[in-house]
Design a protein around this ligand. Structure first.
Ligand code: F6R
Length: 263
C-alpha cells in the first residue's frame, strides 16, 4: 500500500511491475532505471502533445539523465516538438563561475537543451551569479507566475527527502529563495565536483515547496537503494517538514516513478 491510499484503487500498468494508485498519488515501480526513465519520458511527451506550450519545472542530478536521453531520442526519431515549451529549472548553485561544468546551467544545455528544439527565450534557470540572490529568486517566482504557473514539475529526491534544494525543516509555504545546502547534500553532490566536498557551493537558489506544490502535475523519479529510506518516508510516513518530499502526499496529481531498488 502507499501511505493512506486505499488498496482497492491499485491498478497494474502494462509493462510495469506494480502501480499503486489513489486518486491523487500514484506509485509506479519499474524493474530498472531504463524502464523507469522510458516510462517517465512517455508521460512528459504525452503532456507536450496534449499541451504544446506546457510550462515545465526540471531537475538536474544523476536521476533524470535517462529521462532527458529518452526525450532527445523522441525529438530526433518521432519529431517531439519542444518549440513552444517553457522550462524553469528547480535550482542553481550560487557563486559558480559562468560556464562552470558543475553548474546546473551547463548541465541542462549539455545534457538536454542543446539536443532538442526548446526555444532559448523560454528556458529559465536561476542566475547563480546574480548580485542580489534574494531579488533574483523573487524575480524567478514572478516569472513562473507570468508564464501561467507550472503545468508539470519533474522532481528528483535527495537522500534526506529534499525536493529541489528544499532541505529538511523547509517551511511548506516557502517560495523561490536562496538556501543553504545540508551537509548530506554537499557530500552527495561532491561526485559532481571531482569528489571534493569543499568545492561544492554552500548555497543555491531553489524553488520553494509551495512553488512546487502549485504545479498542476508532479512526477518524482528515484532509483538506487540509497533513495529507498527517503522514498519510504515520503510515501508511508507522516507529512512533515522534516521530510520535505512527504508534502507530495497532499498534491492533487503526483506520480512516483521508482526503480525497484529505490522502492
Ligand atoms: C536538482 C534537484 C535535487 C536532485 C536530488 C537528487 O536539480 O532538484 O533535488 O533531484 O538531489 O539528485 P540525484 O538525482 O543526483 O540523486
Amino acid at each position: 500500500t502507499a501511505g493512506n491510499l486505499p488498496e482497492s484503487s491499485c491498478k497494474p500498468l502494462s509493462g510495469l511491475k506494480d502501480a499503486i494508485g489513489g486518486d491523487n498519488v500514484k506509485v509506479i515501480v519499474a524493474d530498472d532505471y531504463e524502464i523507469m526513465s522510458r516510462e517517465a519520458a512517455k508521460i512528459v511527451a504525452a503532456e507536450i502533445r496534449k499541451k504544446p506550450d506546457s510550462v515545465f519545472a526540471l531537475p538536474t542530478g544523476g536521476t533524470p539523465l535517462g529521462l532527458y536521453a529518452g526525450l532527445i531520442r523522441m525529438h530526433k526519431e518521432e519529431g517531439l516538438d519542444f518549440s513552444r515549451v517553457s522550462t524553469f529549472n528547480l535550482d542553481e548553485y550560487i557563486g559558480l563561475p559562468d560556464g562552470h561544468e558543475s553548474s546546473y546551467s551547463f548541465y541542462m544545455y549539455d545534457r538536454f537543451f542543446n539536443h532538442v528544439n526548446v526555444s532559448r527565450d523560454k528556458i529559465h534557470i536561476p542566475r547563480g551569479l546574480a548580485k542580489d540572490p534574494e531579488e533574483e529568486a523573487a524575480t524567478y517566482e514572478w516569472a513562473i507566475k507570468r508564464a501561467g504557473g507550472i503545468d508539470f514539475a519533474v522532481l528528483g529526491i535527495g537522500r534526506n527527502g529534499h525536493i529541489g534544494f528544499n532541505e529538511p525543516k523547509t517551511e511548506f509555504g516557502s517560495l523561490t529563495r536562496p538556501i543553504y545546502l545540508a551537509k548530506r547534500t554537499i557530500e552527495a553532490n561532491a561526485r559532481f565536483f571531482d569528489g571534493d566536498p569543499d568545492s561544492v557551493p554552500r548555497q543555491a537558489i531553489s524553488m520553494g515547496i509551495r512553488t512546487i506544490m502549485n504545479a498542476r502535475k508532479v512526477i518524482l523519479l528515484a532509483s538506487g537503494p540509497e533513495k529507498s529510506r527517503a522514498i519510504n518516508q515520503t510515501i508511508h510516513g507522516p507529512v512533515t517538514e522534516m521530510v520535505p518530499s512527504s508534502v507530495l502526499q497532499l498534491h492533487p496529481d503526483c506520480t512516483f516513478f521508482l526503480g525497484r531498488d529505490a522502492a
